[in-house]
Design a protein around this ligand. Structure first.
Ligand SMILES: [Zn+2]
Length: 427
């Protein structure tokens, strides 16, 4: 089970506890609920306590970032909490496109408002598009939150997809690299990506592929990436230990193409993704040690421990420390970036002409869009208890998004807030 986060009377973090223990403390009146999402309790009469080391582990992705808390105890490493943070990069991009088209339309209407600005603006160094920066900022927010609610003292994140340096010089570090097991795995994944999972000789797709030496080992060919490609079993056997120029003597065009592609490094993998790099720089500023790992290593760790694929499990398996982690949480907390609404007071019709005005009030009857609420409706089509995220209206009849679907037109007086809106949706 996912552990419950615990704060002492002075709001300093203690070790997360088992849900059963939290229930005991709550029913004995020794603790109170501090936050619902993630579930955090505050102890009423306790200051300080023993803490063990906790590592915040991250698997940053473009749509979803996996987050895991891994505790190092007497019985080895244990994943005690997991979450998946869903980003809204595309939504941000769409909104900016809509705003841009609205503004350019307004300029072109030859009104006196909003003249075009000169294009003399330069982007500062390290600038990221808002949709990408949002990923860095939201992950940063969650790391900062977890660092205040738990006694975390280290961070671990996946920085690159393939560890090029270690692939090229297997001697540099780690027993697994020297044994060649992990290096082999990472090289294989890299080659599959580089050759787009197709046989280099016959372009077969969706078949099992084998690593192929272009200049055969028996004739002095090296194990370097530039001498490797992937081939289907048939082609591999047909080629045997012949040299490529002999094997493809009748197909000089294909030979040229393969030799050129083999020399070319795989660009996407070699460059560290700029968003991850910025996140890494941000996390370093906390002063905690930041461990970095590669995507190949994460996958190797997850596969060798036979865990299923999930973002939060990948996060727990990141880096060298992810090699031996016991995971028993069944469900991670799902966190969705929702934003804080918008400031647009004037809505337009399909042609860009203003036709609606929104009220400047955001709070109605003490509720705001995004609040997590509980509704106890006594009668009617919505009768029953519902928990979810609210959208408010001036009429006082609110909509509620629950796990089981959308409920609409519930009177405000049946709602109770369980957590105020903070830009995220939870389930
Ligand atoms: Zn083939």
């Amino acid at each position: 089970m996912s552990r419950v986060l615990v704060l002492d009377t002075n709001k300093r973090p203690l070790m997360p506890c088992h849900p059963a223990r939290a229930r005991e403390l709550l029913s004995a009146g020794k603790a109170a609920v501090w936050r619902r999402y993630p579930f955090t309790i505050i102890l009423k009469e306790r200051i300080g306590g023993d803490v063990q080391s906790i590592q915040i582990k991250l698997d940053p992705g473009s749509k979803t970032t996996g987050i895991a808390l891994v505790m190092e105890g007497k019985r080895g490493k244990k994943c005690i909490w997991g979450a998946e943070l869903q980003h809204r990069g595309i939504a941000i991009k769409m909104k900016l496109v809509a705003r841009r088209s609205l503004r350019s339309f307004r300029r072109n209407r030859t009104l006196r408002s909003r003249p075009a600005r000169f294009l003399n603006r330069t982007k500062p160094k390290g600038w990221l598009a808002p949709s990408l920066l949002h990923r860095v900022l939201t992950v940063d927010t969650w790391v900062r939150r977890l660092a205040t609610w738990t006694p975390a003292n280290a961070i671990s994140m996946e920085l690159v997809r393939f560890d090029m340096q270690q692939m090229e010089n297997p001697e540099i570090s780690g027993a697994e690299y020297q044994q060649g097991q992990l290096a082999g795995y990472e090289v294989r994944e890299y080659l599959l990506e580089k050759w787009e999972r197709t046989c280099a000789y016959c372009n077969a797709k969706g078949v099992p592929l084998q690593i192929e030496h272009i200049h055969p080992k028996s004739k002095g060919g090296s194990n370097r990436i530039s001498n490797l490609c992937v081939a289907c079993e048939t082609c591999n056997q047909k080629k045997g230990s012949r040299d490529i120029s002999e094997f493809l003597a009748k197909k000089p065009e294909l030979l040229q193409k393969i030799l050129a592609q083999a020399k070319r490094p795989f660009r996407d993998a070699a460059a560290v993704n700029s968003t991850r790099w910025k996140l890494y720089e941000t996390l370093k500023s906390y002063g905690f040690p930041v461990e970095i790992g590669s995507g190949g290593r994460t996958k190797f760790n997850r596969r060798s421990q036979r865990y299923s694929k999930a973002h939060w499990i990948d996060a727990a398996c990141v880096g060298e420390s992810g090699g031996n982690v016991s995971i028993s949480i069944l469900r991670p907390l799902l966190i969705k970036c929702m934003g804080h609404g918008n400031r647009q007071a004037c809505k337009t019709d399909a042609f860009g002409f203003p036709n609606k005005w929104r009220t400047r009030t955001k709070v109605f009857r003490g509720f705001q869009t995004g609040d997590m609420v509980r509704a106890d409706v006594p009668t009617g089509k919505n009768a029953g208890r519902h928990v979810g995220r609210i959208s408010v209206r001036a009429t006082g009849k609110f909509a509620l998004a629950t796990l089981g679907g959308k409920r609409d037109g519930i009177n405000w007086k049946y709602f109770r807030i369980i957590q105020k809106q903070d830009g995220y949706g939870y389930s």
